[in-house]
Ligand binder design. Structure first.
Ligand code: BGC
Ligand code: BGC
Length: 633
């Protein structure tokens, strides 16, 4: 019995080896040889691929359907985690790496052993992952005007993404949000394309330094870096009234000056991929815009990486979505989209595209172009040599060093909008030593609110236990003198505030978390009880109001009753950065990267427009002295 139980598996193993070696080309083939030039490897591999294998490379499916048997049967080239798509709730890096590696093993077991590439929205740190460092959303980073800082954030994010076995981030969003009514305005660095252009430096952080002479060629520097994705091409931030996925009406000059500008920088920096926008441009769906995707991005800008669709983006070419899928497949692929984020109905997509290629409706050279680009990125980043996730990077996830960096970013992203009635009577910085201080507001002790959308889930959560971090309340308690009594009440009434003898109050209010279209707003108000908290507290005691929001919001009605006003945007997990500046350890330095309007009927209103009459103009930001200096940038 003992012998047999040894012999049988051994026999099975032998048979398996024979089967595998019969199926797989020998290892001295050119595409497997890292010493061969990139071009040779791509060409060699392409020459061995069947149509089925080529089409598989063009398909991206969601983790929830990426079972090993699906990977092998359909020869799938890419997998993603959509917002909140995780292997397990609060999954550890180990669980993540194992989940990604299991999918990878399946991909590698196919005839040619082409590794899959795994993508995720790491848009303010590795935001789907529990215990990751959550950085401020882009709207706050634009305020810093600090490309080197943003580059370091890219480096940290790349490491955290790799710590979970993932090699590809759907970031940065280089939208130029021209109307804050847009629910994605916080994903945009600025209304000014020049700031967005500067911030493309995050690509270098994510992917690594582009070697000289590589300008424009996709480049990802090994196992600690990730492929980046400039999105959403193009004009996503310019839609009418800021309606998500809507139509951008603009002339050529406006398009190229404002919305296209940062794509030049992204391509120059070797960005590996570009994601297409759901929106339309002058009535043409970007997912079907051959002129711009192929004509401009690929032919004119000479972008050599791959173009990816958005999530069910091709389905949305028609209205209602998915109502003429044959057309969607035809229009998107012939427009020049290389990889389709399907992400669920992969058999339907594969059947349709295969049939159109066989009937010569989609030309074979279009498929070859797509696959060549996808393989080029996979080879460049060393995916064939290092396909598996590395457990040894786990300690980078949410590391002290990364949290310190996020805290620095928070400090630099704050904008001081008001500080006393005039320069002679500043309220800030606040004294650390006081008898009694009040902290109030819906956003004072709520990590989920502080992080916003795209945090743990797609829409974000308004809870505190969603991940690990420091709320602004905790940060205040950490910072004040031990003798100072900190009283926290979310929404105190006026009588309570008046009768308690507070030295001063900090009120933290703002927007609830949201993502994409769910964040579209026509009124841009802070929801109740935010406004009542402001009036109850600020009417009775000296107060600082900190607004946590994805964009400028209506503040004009309260401003005269507020002693000091700070825009904190969506700071992320490191709320300590807010207290560092409120209490004067560091100075306020941030300058508005967006116009702060008075009323919604002024919108859209951007810096440089005629009749520009904001509450606070683009570039505005008061300063204070800080006790500490930054060591280096
Ligand atoms: C968003 C993209 C995102 C993708 C994958 C889409 O809905 O528009 O920004 O990368 O989903 O989650
Ligand atoms: C996914 C997101 C995606 C969105 C688009 C959600 O279900 O989780 O990643 O961006 O759908 O509609």
């Amino acid at each position: 019995m003992g012998n047999l139980s040894f012999v049988l598996p051994a026999l099975g193993f032998l048979l398996l080896c024979c089967a595998v070696s019969a199926k797989q080309p020998s290892t001295n083939v050119k595409y497997k040889d890292p010493k061969q030039p990139l071009r040779t490897r791509v060409k060699d591999l392409m020459s061995r691929m069947t149509l089925e294998e080529k089409i598989g490379q063009m398909v991206q499916i969601d983790l929830s359907v990426a079972k090993p048997e699906v990977m092998t049967k359909y020869l799938i080239g890419s997998v993603l985690s959509g917002g909140g798509s995780v292997p397990a709730q609060k999954a550890s890096p180990e669980t993540w790496v194992n989940a990604v590696n299991d999918i990878q093993k399946a991909a590698l077991s196919t005839r040619l052993g082409i590794p899959m590439i795994y993508g995720i929205d790491a848009v303010h740190g590795h935001n789907n992952v529990y215990n990751a460092t959550i950085f401020p959303h882009n709207v706050g980073l634009g305020v810093t005007r600090d490309p080197k800082l943003v580059r370091r954030i890219g480096e940290a994010t790349a490491l955290e993404v790799r710590a979970t076995g993932i090699q590809y981030a759907f970031a940065p969003c280089i939208a130029v949000c021209r109307d804050p009514r847009w629910g994605r305005c916080y994903e945009s660095y600025s209304e000014d394309h020049r700031i967005v252009q500067q911030m493309t430096e995050i690509i270098t952080g994510l992917q690594g330094d582009l070697p000289a002479k590589q300008k424009g060629i996709p480049f990802v520097d090994g196992k600690r870096k990730v492929a980046a994705c400039a999105k959403h091409f193009v004009g996503d931030g310019g839609t009418v009234r800021g309606i998500n996925e809507n139509n951008t009406v603009i002339d050529k000059k406006g398009l190229f000056n404002i919305h296209m500008a940062a794509y030049h920088d992204a391509v120059d920096k070797g960005v590996a991929t570009v994601m297409i926008s759901y929106s339309s441009l002058n009535g043409v769906k970007m997912h079907a815009n051959k002129k711009l995707v192929t004509g401009f991005l690929k032919n004119k800008l000479k972008f050599k990486g791959f173009v990816i669709s958005d999530w069910q983006g091709i389905d949305k070419i028609t209205y209602p979505p998915h109502s003429n899928y044959s057309y969607s497949v035809f229009a998107s692929v012939t427009a020049g989209i290389d990889m389709i984020m399907v992400p669920y109905n992969y058999t339907e997509f594969i059947d349709e595209i295969t049939s159109q290629v066989k009937r010569k409706i989609i030309p074979m050279r279009r498929i070859n172009d797509a696959v060549e680009r996808i393989l080029r990125v996979k080879f460049t980043m060393g995916l064939f040599e290092h396909p598996m996730g590395d457990h040894s990077l786990a300690n980078h996830l949410g590391s002290k060093e990364h949290r310190e960096l996020a805290r620095e970013a928070v400090r630099k992203s704050l904008v001081l909008l008001k500080n006393g009635e005039n320069a002679d009577s500043p309220i800030l910085p606040l004294p650390k030593k006081a008898k009694k201080l009040l902290v109030a507001g819906t956003h004072a002790d709520n990590l989920g609110n502080q992080c916003g959308g795209w945090t743990i889930t797609w829409q974000g959560l308004n809870t505190t236990d969603l991940t690990i971090g420091t709320t602004i309340l905790t940060a205040v308690k950490n910072t004040v003198d031990p003798t100072t009594q900190v009283v926290h009440i979310e929404n105190p009434d006026r009588e309570f505030v008046e009768s308690n003898g507070f030295d001063y109050a900090i009120v933290v209010v703002g927007e609830p978390p949201y993502a994409e279209g769910n964040g579209d707003s026509t009124n841009l108000t802070i929801p109740e009880p935010g406004p009542s908290t402001i009036t109850n507290v600020c009417g009775s005691v000296k107060c600082v109001v900190v607004i946590v929001s994805g964009r400028p919001v209506i503040t004009q009605p309260y401003i005269s009753g507020i002693d000091a006003l700070v825009a904190a945007w969506l700071p992320g997990t490191e709320g300590q950065g807010v207290a560092d500046v409120l209490f004067g350890d560091y100075g306020f330095t941030g300058k508005l990267a967006r116009t702060w309007f008075k009323t919604v009927d002024q919108l859209p209103m951007n810096f440089g427009d005629p009749n520009y009459d904001p509450l606070f103009p683009f570039g505005f930001g008061l300063t204070t002295e800080g006790k500490r200096q930054y060591m280096s940038k």
